[in-house]
Design a protein around this ligand. Structure first.
Ligand SMILES: [Zn+2]
Length: 90
């Protein structure tokens, strides 16, 4: 009995969930101190630094923290059909 084979069979032909997270328009209220609401108009978060670096959470366009940007989670369902692999005669 082969455990790896068994795991392969379980994972074949299942629905795979894929998640992509993007950060869109900036919602930081720049006029909060005067009791008004005004955003900087930044439409999409662009990291100011590389992944894992200090600037990765800062927007290069508006200089705001990533948390101020609207988080959008894109979910995809992909069907992983591997049944043809196991039924292929050798
Ligand atoms: Zn901003």
């Amino acid at each position: 009995m082969n455990l790896i084979e068994k795991q392969k069979k379980i994972s074949s032909g299942i629905l795979m969930k894929e998640r992509i997270i993007t950060y869109e328009d900036c919602r930081k209220n720049h006029a909060a101190s005067i009791g008004k609401y005004a955003v900087d108009g930044c439409c999409e978060f662009m990291p100011a630094g590389e992944e894992g670096s200090h600037g990765a959470l800062k927007c290069a366009a508006c200089n705001c923290h990533r948390n101020f940007h609207r988080k959008v989670v894109h979910q995809f369902l992909t069907y992983a059909d591997c049944s043809s692999i196991s039924s292929t005669p050798k």
